[in-house]
Ligand binder design. Structure first.
Ligand SMILES: Nc1nc2c(ncn2[C@@H]2O[C@H](COP(=O)(O)OP(=O)(O)OP(=O)(O)O)[C@@H](O)[C@H]2O)c(=O)[nH]1
Ligand SMILES: [Mg+2]
Length: 321
């Protein structure tokens, strides 16, 4: 056995035995794309698929962290263990809310049945969605019955992160033109549950009316009003998340979703590994720089450049010309 495999095996057996430090270490390996993480994941994969995974997404400052914390406590009251993955929108240095998040989430971590992981990384190759899914998978394998993933809803990444979740909760707030924004960003299409948080502020009824108008009647997307800071509406939200999962289960939809997700994961990984292979070497990166300059100078179009990048690494030229 290689040293990597041995380390992964030891880590996994400690993790499955309930060792929180082993869990933390495994997550770090996974986040960093370390080979030990990859090995650990493949050992853990057969143990995944049991957790109920919910994505909590929405605009910046809508109260996602506060709500996620309340939801975690609600699920604990219901006797279920919880994992939380908080994906920070950008670098920890440019984002003031991060420290606040950490402190707020901290009170949860005194509870051994809650595990909170904050992810500040955003890979250059766009691997955030894949990594988030992997982190959720590790928490799932570690026996967390509910996994909550918090992301800022700002476009494609979130749509992809949402694909790791069984249920996607979109958080909006009154008075900010949030409904319109969400529609534009295509966020509404991924919503299984809509939340109007900060329901203590003015404009709640107007937003609710707007949402009802744009939500097709035959989809059962509930609109839940919450005041996360006062823990109002949290139980209703947990009920709505559970009801959605129940519907997936009883309609057979869950199997279809699982297949879709697996397909996306395989394709995303293939894309990442292909790119990593291309850019792993000094010469690969130099080749990319050269092609990028040529495209910027309009000497080459991006399609041809991409083709050349692929050809230069594959060894086998795709065209004979
Ligand atoms: N009035 C009111 N304020 C709230 C409510 N929920 C959260 N807030 C406040 O809104 C601010 C942002 O809350 P967060 O939970 O950090 O929001 P977030 O969406 O996680 O923010 P980012 O992660 O930075 O995008 C904080 O000052 C909260 O106290 C609510 O229901 N009503
Ligand atoms: Mg937050």
């Amino acid at each position: 056995m290689t040293a990597t495999a041995a380390e992964a095996e030891e880590l996994v057996s400690r993790l499955l035995g309930g060792d929180r430090r082993a869990l933390a270490r495994a997550l770090t390996f996974v986040e960093n794309g370390d080979p030990v993480g990859r090995q650990a994941l493949s050992l853990l994969y057969p143990k995944t698929g049991r957790a109920q995974i919910a994505g909590i997404t929405g605009g910046s400052g809508t109260g996602k962290s506060t709500l996620t914390g309340q939801l975690a406590k609600e699920y604990r009251r219901r006797g279920r263990s919880v994992g939380v993955v908080a994906v920070d929108p950008s670098s920890p240095f440019s984002h003031g809310a991060l420290l606040g998040d950490r402190i707020r989430m901290q009170e949860l971590t005194a509870d051994r049945d809650v595990f909170v992981r904050s992810m500040a990384t955003r890979g250059e190759l766009g691997g955030l969605a894949a990594t988030t899914g992997d982190v959720a998978a590790v928490l799932d394998a570690a026996g967390k019955q509910v996994v909550l993933i918090e992301t800022v809803g700002a476009g494609q990444d979130e749509v992809e992160v949402a694909s790791a979740a069984d249920t996607t909760v979109v958080v909006l707030t009154p008075g900010g033109g949030d409904g319109v924004q969400a529609m534009k960003a295509g966020i509404m299409e991924i919503a299984d549950v809509l939340v109007i948080n900060k329901a203590d502020l003015a404009g709640v009824d107007a937003l609710a009316a707007q949402l009802t108008a744009i939500t097709p009647r035959d989809t059962h997307v509930p609109v839940i009003r919450t005041v996360a800071t006062r823990n109002e509406g949290t139980a209703e939200l947990a009920d709505a998340i559970d009801a959605h999962r129940q519907r997936l289960e009883s309609s057979g939809e869950r199997e279809r979703v699982a297949l879709d997700r697996a397909r996306r994961q395989v394709l995303a990984q293939a894309r990442l590994q292909l790119l990593a292979g291309l850019l792993d070497s000094e010469s690969g990166r130099a080749r990319l720089d050269q092609l990028v300059k040529a495209v910027a100078a309009r000497e080459l179009d991006p399609y041809t450049a991409a083709q050349r990048l692929l050809d230069s690494a594959g060894g086998e030229p795709a065209s004979t010309t």
